[in-house]
Design a protein. Structure first.
Length: 444
């Protein structure tokens, strides 16, 4: 879209559907599912806010109609994909449905339903994404043993769901299916859920999981997943067995770079198969660029889009700024959400940066109390000495929205006093961001 709007003649080659996995099998579907789970969680806690449900004098209990939920999930994904197609066609982009392969650094061979076609190009952008990694001892069957692309095929809510992998994807699905009413067991090979994320945030999520009945098996590695007569059994590294009705395997992803003709075109890849790119998304072939999960930079749709925009701007000679990873805001859509941006506390502990940290629990926030929000915090990191905002973490409802002011502060190199002096609404959750910044004020 950016290239077409800048006057380039653009052809898109796509085999599955416009929008890629972000729209069709990953981000849009999972966050749509999570929206339903969040509502069910709120309804389940409504009694504490004074909301009572009477059904013929009995107890009202919400129930997840998974068939209906997944139909809506997939309909929304298709709708979003169709919207993207309409937008592209409006800009005059040619769309070819098929599989592409590089012949050289200017030529692509496309296998379509009508046969093989050849496309010549001055520049090529590879945005081929990734697919779920599979364990040789845990092959998905799409019915009982599932990967994150297959889970939307279910018509009935899993009675007992075992989630293998406690990274972002595993944690999000564990949280969502717990909210929908499944009994969830999360198998984590590490000491904490969400390894590599903010430790305080992981502790909050683990506490919420414990309170809501999610069973977390830490320092446990799944050796094999097998289907049984009425469910699944997962064998752990110590020989113990966990049983359930379904198993979701979330153990990472593999870039879709095999068979693309990269070597013939002079495009180098890493040992893991990811395409090597520089700060402007350029590969080792000067006119070939790459963006998204196939580059292994950050598996985020926002980063993929930014990489693509940077690539187009660089090739067409438009104003361009290299990708700055320390400005990337990300969010984990568990309940509560966990958002972060910039320098982390682990970066301070390693000596990579020097900074001051203030963390405020949402328990002291008036709006959080009104909403009966018990879990979460705001954390701001400022550069030691200068007071410039360099990092932040928000844990709580709508953290994905609340991280934005901290992200703006980091990108624009704002001082904590700049953040503290901007008006916030009272009462609001953003008030805690302002207060955290205020407590980082350096008295001169």
């Amino acid at each position: 879209m950016v290239a077409a709007s800048l006057g380039a003649r653009v052809t898109i080659i796509e085999r599955a559907g416009l929008g890629g996995s972000a729209v069709l099998t990953d981000v849009v579907p999972s966050k749509t599912l999570i929206a339903t789970a969040d509502l069910m969680t709120r309804v389940g806690e409504a009694d504490e806010l004074g909301v009572k449900f009477d059904v013929d004098g009995g107890v009202f209990k919400p129930r997840a109609d998974l068939g209906h939920i997944n139909d809506r999930v997939l309909d929304l994904a298709r709708e979003q994909s169709d919207d993207i197609r309409v937008g592209l066609e409006h800009l005059g982009v040619e769309i070819m449905i098929g599989s592409g392969k590089l012949v050289d650094n200017n030529t692509i061979e496309v296998l379509t339903s009508e046969g093989t076609k050849t496309v010549e190009a001055d520049a090529i952008l590879l945005a081929v994404g990734a697919h779920p990694r599979e364990l040789p001892t845990a092959k998905p069957d799409g019915e009982r043993i599932l990967n994150w692309a297959q889970i939307y095929n279910l018509d009935e809510l899993p009675e007992e769901l075992i989630v293998v992998g406690s990274g972002v994807t595993g944690a999000e699905f564990a949280s969502a299916y717990n909210g929908l009413g499944s009994k969830v067991t999360l198998i984590s090979s590490r000491d904490q859920v969400l390894p590599g994320e903010d430790t305080d945030a992981a502790k909050v999520l683990e506490s919420v999981f414990e309170r809501r009945g999610v069973r977390v098996l830490s320092r446990s590695r799944a050796q094999a997943v097998e289907r049984t007569d009425d469910g699944v059994k997962v064998t752990l590294g110590d020989g113990s067995v966990v049983t359930g009705s379904h198993c979701l395997v979330c153990v990472g992803s593999i870039p879709n770079t095999a068979g693309l003709g990269l070597e013939e075109a002079g495009v180098a890849v890493t040992d893991s198969g990811h395409i090597k790119v520089d700060g402007v998304s350029r590969t080792t072939a000067s006119n070939i660029y790459a963006a998204g999960d196939c580059t292994g930079v950050f598996a985020l749709a926002s980063v993929a889009a930014m990489q693509g925009r940077i690539a187009v701007a660089h090739f067409l000679g438009d104003a361009v700024k290299p990708l700055k990873l320390n400005q990337v805001a990300s969010n984990i859509f568990t309940s509560p959400e966990i958002a972060s941006v910039g320098v982390s506390e682990a970066d301070l502990e390693s000596g990579k940066y020097q900074g001051d940290v203030v963390m405020l629990s949402l328990l002291s926030n008036a709006r959080a109390k009104m909403r009966n929000t018990k879990d979460g915090f705001v954390k701001i990191i400022a550069r030691k000495g200068s007071g410039t905002v360099i990092g932040g973490v928000v844990v709580g409802p709508n953290a994905s929205e609340l991280i934005f002011p901290i992200s703006v502060a980091i990108t624009q190199k704002l001082h904590v006093d700049d953040v503290a002096s901007a008006f916030t609404v009272y009462p609001s959750l953003t008030g805690s961001i302002s207060e955290a910044a205020r407590r980082l004020h350096v008295h001169i």
